[in-house]
Design a protein around this ligand. Structure first.
Ligand code: HEM
Length: 238
C-alpha cells in the first residue's frame, strides 16, 4: 500500500499534470485564461484577490525552501534549528493565513454575487474544494504539528521533504511518507490531487506569465452616462 500511495499515485498525478497541460494547450488554447469575473464585481475582488495571491506567493516560497533545501545545507551555513523553525512557522502562518482569508473572500464573492455565481463551473467548485482542503491541512500541520507538536515531535525536513526530493529525483522512498503523521500525508495527497486537476481548471493561468501586463496601456471602460464627461473611467484587469 505504501508504494501505491507514495510512488504510483504521485507519479500518476505528475503525469496528468504534464500531459494535461500539453493537451489543454493544443486543444483549448483560447480557453487558457483566468476567466476573469472582474467585470461583474470589483470591490470584494480587489480585497480577496491580492490577499490570496500574495499569500500563495509566500506559501510557494516557503514550500520551495522547506521541501527542496536539505537540512544539511542550512546547518552548513550556521542556521540553527530553532531559528529555522521560528522563521518557518511565523512566515508560514502569515502567508497561509493571507491565502486562507483571501480564498474565503473569493469563495464568498463567488457564492453571493449573482453573475459571478452563474459564471462558476462545476470544475471551479471541485478546484476550490481541493485548494481549500490543501490550505486547511497545511495550516493544521503548521499549527498542530509544528507549534503544538500534537501526536509527538516530527521534523518534516527529515521525512516529508526527503521523500519529496527522492520523488523529484525519480528514486522515491515510500517509507519516508509512510512514517509521517496523518495530517502531513493527507496534505500531500490532497495537494497531488490538485496537481492532477490543475490543467483542467482556471489554474492554468499560473503558467501564462503576464509580463506584457506590466507595460500595457490601461483599457478604459466608461459607464453609460447621458451627460458628456460625467462617466467615471476605470480599468479592470482582463
Ligand atoms: C498546491 C499545493 C499546496 C498547497 C496549496 C499547500 C498549502 C500549504 C499551507 C497553506 C501550509 C501552511 C504553512 C505555509 O504557509 O507554508 C502548508 C504547510 C506544509 N506543506 Fe503544503 N501545500 C501544497 C503542497 C504541498 C506538497 C506537495 C507538500 C509535500 C509533499 C507539502 C508539504 C507541506 C509541509 C511539510 C508543511 C508544514 C510546514 C510547517 O510545518 O511549517 N505541501 N502547505
Amino acid at each position: 500500500m505504501d508504494v501505491f500511495w507514495w510512488v504510483i499515485v504521485p507519479y500518476l498525478c505528475l503525469a496528468t499534470f504534464v500531459i494535461g497541460h500539453v493537451w489543454r494547450y493544443r486543444y483549448d488554447k483560447f480557453g487558457w485564461t483566468t476567466r476573469s469575473s472582474q467585470l461583474y464585481e470589483n470591490r470584494l475582488l480587489r480585497l480577496g484577490s491580492p490577499l490570496f495571491h500574495f499569500g500563495m506567493l509566500g506559501v510557494v516560497g516557503g514550500h520551495v525552501i522547506g521541501l527542496l533545501v536539505p537540512r544539511s545545507w542550512t546547518d552548513a551555513i550556521g542556521i540553527d534549528d530553532h531559528v529555522y523553525h521560528v522563521v518557518a512557522v511565523v512566515g508560514g502562518l502569515v502567508a497561509g493565513a493571507m491565502a486562507l482569508v483571501g480564498m474565503v473572500i473569493l469563495i464568498y464573492r463567488r457564492r453571493t454575487v449573482g453573475p459571478v455565481f452563474s459564471a462558476t463551473t462545476p470544475m471551479d467548485k471541485v478546484m476550490y474544494a481541493f485548494l481549500g482542503a490543501a490550505i486547511a491541512l497545511g495550516m493544521w500541520n503548521t499549527i498542530a504539528g509544528s507549534i503544538f507538536t500534537l501526536g509527538g515531535e516530527y521534523n518534516y525536513r527529515e521525512g516529508v521533504s526527503v521523500w519529496y526530493r527522492s520523488f523529484l529525483a525519480f528514486t522515491p522512498d515510500a517509507s519516508l511518507m509512510a512514517d509521517a503523521p496523518l495530517g502531513f500525508r493527507l496534505h500531500a495527497l490532497v495537494a497531488f490531487g490538485l496537481f492532477a486537476l490543475w490543467p483542467f481548471t482556471r489554474l492554468v493561468h499560473v503558467f501564462s506569465a503576464p509580463i506584457g501586463y506590466l507595460t500595457r496601456p490601461y483599457i478604459v471602460y466608461r459607464s453609460r452616462d447621458a451627460r458628456p464627461g460625467r462617466s467615471t473611467p476605470w480599468s479592470p484587469r482582463v
